[in-house]
Design a protein around this ligand. Structure first.
Ligand SMILES: [Zn+2]
Length: 414
């Protein structure tokens, strides 16, 4: 049984018209008019695929195909259809529309699953509007935080107001929607958003897990002075200390990191930021990720030593604040094993790789076993209108999703 590539391609092209910017970009911000329009269109495709649909109070679009064995935990498939303000056509949509294609193919072939299948388009994965994303999936899993509905966008509209405008009644008491044990497996297909598959010349990848980031803010303080009068040996220049830490951090990750370790300083602020004043205070961010938690911890400790030694050698003081600390979450072996077996059948020879970015699946992992399939994207570009994935690659990924889903839907838990 093959998925219907023409239908999937048509759906991808049609969805890309909603909120279209320029030739190839899209802007469908969470809970916006464009988001609502997209949800309506995709809801129609779910119904054509034989699913009973609903939109929940958090803005999630859910389609359900009843299985014959109603007591069995369900299979859930999906991703998101909201986008970044200056986003691409494939981020989220490949997986969301791919999941609908999977059940549509079952319907075309008169397959009645044993397990109930739900297909979901999670609301606000991207997080750009309210500066906090993966809202829909966290609502499902009971991971919302205090005050989430009161967060405001840049126009002062709260999430609660935006959701009402979108057409739903948010009610936090409905979260969590699912408990552990309700869902046997969640499977998400997504474009890779990185260059690994392209470099390996492979269309599809099987994900091993999602590496969690540590986000730190490091502040160094020295003493400001006139750039023309303070002799070099009397200075406490926070900028020189920061630049040394940044380059030592980069060398540490390059020399001692594994293939899966990445470290980035992406934001720096200098005070008073003037060409003729010695920098008194520098604040910079650290993003450190690895799928191997033990190794990440080892490198984190070495980073602290670098910060200690460098600040003392430049007579600076420092503080480190922790903004985020996520643990890596691994895909279930039994799901990966089914994927690998089906991958062999399809002769794809897909490599196993980890995900640096997080996805809805990361949060589903707290209530369900999960698996992910990656599809190659050009030059690894994403969150950009230039984002591009070949239809041939998407077709292969969705075919693998179909075959994996079919085995799990028919009751298998290897
Ligand atoms: Zn995405």
């Amino acid at each position: 049984m093959r998925i219907n590539r023409t239908r999937l391609q048509k759906h991808l092209e049609k969805l890309a018209e909603i909120g279209k910017i320029g030739e190839t970009g899209v802007c469908r911000l969470a809970h916006s008019k464009e988001d609502r329009e997209a949800v309506e269109v995709v809801k129609g495709w779910m119904e054509e695929a034989g699913l009973t649909t609903k939109i929940d109070g958090f803005g999630n679009l859910i389609g359900r195909m009843e299985g014959t064995e109603k007591d069995k935990p369900i299979l859930m498939l999906g991703s998101h259809i909201d986008s970044q303000p200056y986003g691409g056509r494939f981020d989220g949509t490949a997986g969301a529309l791919g999941a609908i294609e999977v059940v549509h193919t079952m319907k075309d072939n008169a397959v009645i699953p044993k397990r109930t299948i739900e297909v979901i388009c999670f609301s606000d994965e991207e997080g750009s509007r309210f500066n906090k994303g993966v809202f829909g999936v966290r609502a499902l899993a009971g991971l919302l935080e205090e005050g989430e509905l009161e967060r405001k966008d840049k126009n002062g509209v709260t999430r609660k107001e935006a959701l009402k405008e979108f057409g739903v009644e948010p009610d936090l008491s409905e979260s969590p929607v699912y408990q552990k044990g309700d869902i046997e497996a969640f499977i998400e297909l997504h474009i890779e958003q990185g260059p690994v598959l392209e470099s390996k010349k492979k269309p599809v990848g099987i994900v091993s897990g999602i590496s969690g980031p540590i986000w730190l803010t490091v502040t160094l303080e020295g003493f400001a002075g006139h750039a023309g009068s303070v002799p070099m040996h009397l200075r406490k220049d926070a900028m020189v200390g920061a630049s040394e830490i940044i380059s030592k951090f980069d060398r540490l990750i390059k020399n001692e990191g594994k293939d899966t370790t990445v470290g980035t300083v992406g934001s720096v602020q200098v005070f008073p930021n003037s060409r003729n004043i010695i920098p008194e205070k520098v604040e910079f961010t650290i993003d450190l990720r690895d799928i191997d938690l033990e190794h990440r911890t080892k490198l984190e400790e070495k980073l602290y030593t670098i910060i200690e030694e460098t600040t003392s050698s430049y007579n600076l003081t420092h503080t480190i604040s922790e903004d985020t600390r996520s643990e890596p979450r691994y895909c279930a072996d039994w799901i990966k094993n089914i994927m690998k077996a089906e991958d062999k059948q399809l002769d794809l020879d897909s490599p196993v790789l980890m995900s640096g970015p997080f996805h809805d699946a990361l949060f589903m992992s707290y209530i369900s076993d999960y698996g992910m399939i990656f599809v190659r994207c050009e030059k690894g570009i994403s969150h950009n209108p230039l984002e591009f994935a070949e239809m041939d690659d998407i077709e292969k990924g969705v075919q693998l999703l179909y075959q994996t889903a079919l085995r799990i839907a028919q009751g298998e838990k290897a």
